[in-house]
Design a protein around this ligand. Structure first.
Ligand code: PLP
Length: 625
């Protein structure tokens, strides 16, 4: 556990049990003793009993519940301890993970404390409306962000007639006209908010959304103009919410307090200018400590927890409001990453491993080096001499010269392949001797697509904790990097938390498969951002809740990942027609039923490699029909 810093990033949900497997405590520190879920047992259930093929996404709704309750109680206690005179009422931004179960769970678990939803597009609004209509608290907010056309605005207005508390947040000044037009047409008065463009800016990747040049929000001139227009439309009373978002992963509470303080001053000014303000919405940004360092100096980590975050927000709002004698507003946050990141674990299998060849300076290699053309031969001797002297700079210099020269000579045809290989081997040995090259790394081929399941790693170099889920009581002996199934050189993971360029891994016992890894803290953004590169689709999914049974868990739902037919359909192919055409071809060429069955099975199975599990029994539709 120490090697992988599991206690640092995984607490209080993930740890290692006595069997050396990852164990999950879905209710964190409030979990009952002896109620830890062994992830390997969940994997066994999914693979062996349910026949699910990997990769497998394991969702823990109990973790979601615990995150939600922890966030609420962090704000409740900050509010109590500051004698703040209003309450916290959060919304979940569905863009973080629009999965039906995730959103439904959040609405259900959050209804007692009026937790709402945030939407940023029309389909997100539709799903938020239907989830809140079914199970939300009547006071829950439905915050409508994002670019809006009349259809979007009309939908948000209509939702008000269904008893849903939609707030249309203007991201741009022009949106006001759309809102006024739609509201007049429908005869429905809107509740309006707007997003303020703050000067406070955070410097990490996610901070580009903030500052004066940020993509969204109204600057001071636009805010004044909005107030004037609302007054002229006799709609200033409709303006009730101030929103801002300085970016995801806010690194420190100092920066957070700075931003919230600036926004709270704007809030007080809006009150002074006559708006019927009631809510300050501090956006997202509540971060996750992906590397467990608690340093807050990079996008990988934040230096605070839920309690410190809530306390900084409440204090900053209270300070400005007390200074200006403004009634304390309801505090809303749009925390997404912090709510859903922990709730799922992606389990995937390493299917083979290949160590980089160990170079050797044996007699035949030495003979090839001695047979190099004069200039290269003298470089090679200089490399050896520098290694013997322990002269780092000369060694690096001559090794570089030697390589460059020999590559040119190889291209000219004056040096053979064995000579070049001997040079490559010598340079590798030299760089290891002087400590500029890592130990040997082994490439673990994993039955996964980085583009589908870890898109932020590829797109923005976001690091997620990746850890073997078993054998954690054995010392790992190999430095591994991961290579995925796609035919793309970007489809690899060679950077790991803590700035490491390899991951300590165990030697594989089975020649093909049988070594399982988990990617943790990936519950936010990864599912919707993932693509279909090489037509690898999403993973199988299983939902697991804590229970009193023998294994302390119960599977509440399970589904196989998209089949090859499913992913083909997303590219407008028609698997049924494809199958029919191929079947006719089988018949024309005198093939039999076995070939047709093989085709049908291939359409029906997931695109991933079939190793020990998922033997293709889970046929979903009968292509023979
Ligand atoms: N609200 C808005 C407007 C956002 O743009 C985002 C995401 O960047 C969020 C909320 C969610 O942020 P986070 O995941 O950091 O909580």
């Amino acid at each position: 556990a120490e090697l992988y810093k599991i206690d640092a990033w995984g607490a209080p949900y993930f740890s290692v049990n006595g069997s050396g497997n990852i164990s999950v405590r879905p209710f964190g520190s409030e979990s009952l003793p002896h109620h830890e879920i062994d992830l390997v047992k969940v994997l066994g259930k999914a693979k062996d009993d349910l026949g699910l093929q990997l990769p497998l996404l394991v969702r823990f709704p109990d973790i979601l519940k615990n995150r939600l309750e922890s966030l609420q109680s962090a704000f409740d206690s900050a509010i109590r301890s500051c004698a703040y005179a209003s309450h916290y009422q959060g919304v979940y931004p569905v863009k973080c993970n629009q999965d039906r179960h995730v959103v439904e769970d959040i609405v259900e678990f959050g209804s007692t404390f009026r937790f709402g939803l945030e939407a940023g597009s029309k389909p997100e609004l539709l799903l938020a409306m239907s989830c809140l209509a079914r199970a939300g608290h009547p006071d829950s907010f439905l915050v409508c962000n994002g670019y809006k056309d009349e259809e979007y605005v009309s939908l948000a207005l209509t939702a008000r007639t269904l008893g849903l508390h939609t707030v249309i947040v203007l991201e741009q000044e022009e949106e006001l006209e759309t809102v006024v037009t739609a509201s007049r047409k429908l005869g429905i008065r809107p509740v309006i908010g707007f997003r303020a463009k703050l000067r406070t800016k955070h410097s990490g990747h996610f901070g580009s959304t903030s500052g004066e040049k940020g993509k969204f929000g109204l600057n001071t001139l636009q805010i004044i103009s909005l107030i004037k227009k609302l007054k002229s439309y006799e709609m200033l009373d409709c303006l009730q919410l101030l929103h801002f978002h300085i970016g995801s992963q806010i690194p420190t509470t100092a920066l957070l307090a700075d931003g919230v303080g600036e926004a709270a001053q704007i809030y007080c000014e809006l009150v002074r200018l006559g708006a019927s303000m009631g809510v300050i919405d501090v956006g997202g940004g509540l971060g996750i400590d992906y590397d467990g360092s608690k340093l807050g100096g990079s996008d990988m980590s934040v230096e605070y927890g839920l309690k410190e975050y809530a306390s900084a927000v409440v204090r900053a709002v209270r300070y400005a409001c007390d200074q200006k004698k403004v009634k304390h507003p309801i505090i809303c946050s749009e925390s997404g990453r912090a709510l859903v990141s922990h709730h799922s674990v992606l389990v995937f299998e390493a299917i083979s491993s290949t160590a980089s060849a160990e170079p050797a300076l044996n007699s035949s290699n030495l003979a090839y080096l001695e047979a190099l053309p004069d200039d290269s031969r003298s470089d090679y001797r200089n490399v050896i001499a520098a290694v013997v002297r322990g002269d780092y700079d000369s060694c690096a210099f001559y090794a570089d010269e030697l390589k460059k020269r020999c590559v040119e000579q190889f291209k000219d045809g004056t040096v053979g392949l064995e000579h070049l290989a001997a040079v490559d081997g010598l340079c590798e040995i030299a760089s290891r001797e002087i400590g500029v090259s890592d130990l040997i790394t082994t490439t673990y081929d994993v039955n996964l697509s980085i583009f589908t399941s870890m898109p932020d790693y590829w797109a923005i170099e976001q690091l997620f904790p990746v850890v073997p889920i078993h054998r954690l009581n054995e010392k790992p002996t190999v430095n591994g990097v991961l290579s995925d199934l796609t035919c793309d050189s970007d489809g690899k993971v060679s950077k790991f938390i803590g700035g490491k360029e390899s991951l300590p891994l165990h030697e594989m016992i089975e020649p093909r498969g049988g070594y399982y890894l988990g990617m943790f803290l990936g519950g936010a953004y990864q599912e919707a951002l993932g693509g279909l590169h090489n037509l690898f689709g999403g993973p199988s999914v299983i939902r697991v809740s804590q229970s009193d049974g023998a294994h302390c868990f119960a599977v509440t739902s399970a589904s196989a990942g998209p089949s090859s037919a499913d992913v083909l359909r997303t590219m407008q192919h028609e698997p049924e027609l494809m199958y029919d055409a191929l079947k006719r071809r089988v018949e024309d060429y005198g093939g039999g039923a076995a070939a047709c069955r093989q085709l049908a099975t291939a359409f029906n199975n997931m695109p991933y490699l079939i190793t020990t599990a998922g033997s293709g029994d889970g046929v979903k539709w009968d292509l023979n029909g």
